[in-house]
Design a protein around this ligand. Structure first.
Ligand SMILES: Nc1ncnc2c1ncn2[C@@H]1O[C@H](COP(=O)(O)OP(=O)(O)OP(=O)(O)O)[C@@H](O)[C@H]1O
Ligand SMILES: C=C(C)CCOP(=O)(O)O
Length: 263
C-alpha cells in the first residue's frame, strides 16, 4: 500500500475512471440476471491492464442493468422522481449492492484489489433534483492512495424534497472524473460506440446538437436516460471520454482510442 494520495494538485498519476455499463454486465431485459461471460471478459481486461502496468490507478463505476433499473422502474423511481418509501429504497439499493458484490468478487478472483463504495451512504442532492450532486471523495481518494480499486455504482441518492431518487453511474463518472482530475474516462456498454443515424460508429463528438437526432434512450428498462443522457454528461468533461463496446475495453485501458471519443 502506497498511501501517497491522489486527486487534483497531487503528484500522483491521475486515475482512469471506467464505467462498466449495466447493459454490458447484465441481461438488461431479464430481471436480476448477470451476463457472467461479459462480466468475466471485462474483469479479465481490467486485471490484465493493472498487472502489466498499463493502468496504475483505476476507479470503476458500474451501472444498474437489470438489477437497479428493474427495481427503480417497479417503484416508479427515476433520476427526477423520488420515493419516500423505505422499502423501495432498500429494494433498489439492495439490488445494486448485490450486483456490486458480483463485480467485486470477479475482480478480486483475478487479483484486483477492488473494494465497494456505496453512493447511497455517501452522496446527496441537498438542493433537490435540479441541484448539484454532492459526492464527497475523501474515501475514494484515500482508498486509491492505499492501492485499492474503488468500485462505485448507480444507486439511490437522498434528494431534498423528493425523498430518494436515482443517481446514474454516468453522473458518478462525471463527478469522479472532475473531482479526481481523471486522465481518461471510459464507458463500456453493449454498443461499439455512439452510432449515427445509419448505425455506423461516430469516431468523435464535440457537441450535443450535432448528434442529438441519432441519440435515443436505452433499448431496455432504463430510468436514467440511456445514450442521450450519457453523451450529454460526458461532453461536460475536460478529460477525454470514450464510449465503446466489449472489444474496445482492452485497447482503451492500453491508452488507445476506442469507439467514440467525446470531448
Ligand atoms: N445513437 C446511439 N448509439 C448507441 N446506442 C444508442 C444510441 N441511441 C440509443 N442507444 C441505446 O443506448 C443503449 C446504451 O445505453 P444504456 O444506458 O442502456 O447503457 P449502459 O450504460 O450500458 O447501461 P446502464 O444504464 O444499465 O448502466 C444501447 O443499448 C442502445 O440501445
Ligand atoms: C437504477 C439504478 C439504481 C442505477 C442506475 O445507474 P445507471 O445504470 O448507470 O444509469
Amino acid at each position: 500500500m502506497t498511501g501517497d494520495g491522489t486527486g487534483p494538485g497531487s503528484d500522483a498519476d491521475p486515475p482512469i475512471v471506467l464505467k462498466l455499463g449495466g447493459s454490458l454486465i447484465t441481461e438488461k431485459d431479464r430481471p436480476e440476471t448477470l451476463d457472467g461471460d461479459a462480466l468475466d471478459a471485462a474483469c479479465d481486461a481490467v486485471a490484465g491492464a493493472l498487472a502489466d502496468g498499463a493502468v496504475e490507478r483505476l476507479v470503476v463505476v458500474h451501472g444498474g442493468g437489470s438489477f437497479g433499473h428493474h427495481h427503480a422502474s417497479e417503484h416508479g423511481v427515476s433520476t427526477t422522481t423520488g420515493t419516500d418509501d423505505a422499502v423501495a429504497v432498500t429494494d433498489i439499493h439492495g439490488a445494486m449492492a448485490e450486483l456490486n458484490r458480483a463485480v467485486l468478487d470477479r475482480l478480486q478472483e483475478r487479483g484486483v484489489p477492488a473494494v465497494p463504495v456505496h453512493p447511497l451512504s455517501l452522496s446527496a442532492r441537498p438542493d433537490g433534483v435540479d441541484g448539484d450532486l454532492d459526492l464527497p471523495l475523501s474515501s475514494t481518494v484515500t482508498l486509491l492512495g492505499e492501492g485499492f480499486v474503488p468500485v462505485l455504482h448507480g444507486d439511490g441518492v437522498a434528494t431534498a424534497g423528493e425523498g430518494v431518487t436515482v443517481v446514474s453511474g454516468d453522473e458518478l463518472v462525471v463527478e469522479l472524473a472532475v473531482g479526481l482530475g481523471a486522465r481518461r474516462v471510459g464507458v463500456c456498454s453493449t454498443v461499439p460506440g455512439v452510432l449515427d443515424g445509419d448505425g455506423a460508429v461516430l469516431p468523435s463528438i464535440d457537441s450535443f446538437e450535432s448528434v442529438a437526432d441519432a441519440l435515443g434512450a436505452s433499448d431496455a428498462t432504463d430510468v436514467s436516460g440511456g445514450m442521450a443522457a450519457k453523451v450529454r454528461e460526458l461532453l461536460a468533461l475536460d478529460a477525454p471520454a470514450y464510449v465503446f463496446g466489449a472489444a474496445g475495453l482492452a485497447p482503451f485501458l492500453r491508452g488507445e482510442d476506442a469507439g467514440t471519443r467525446i470531448d
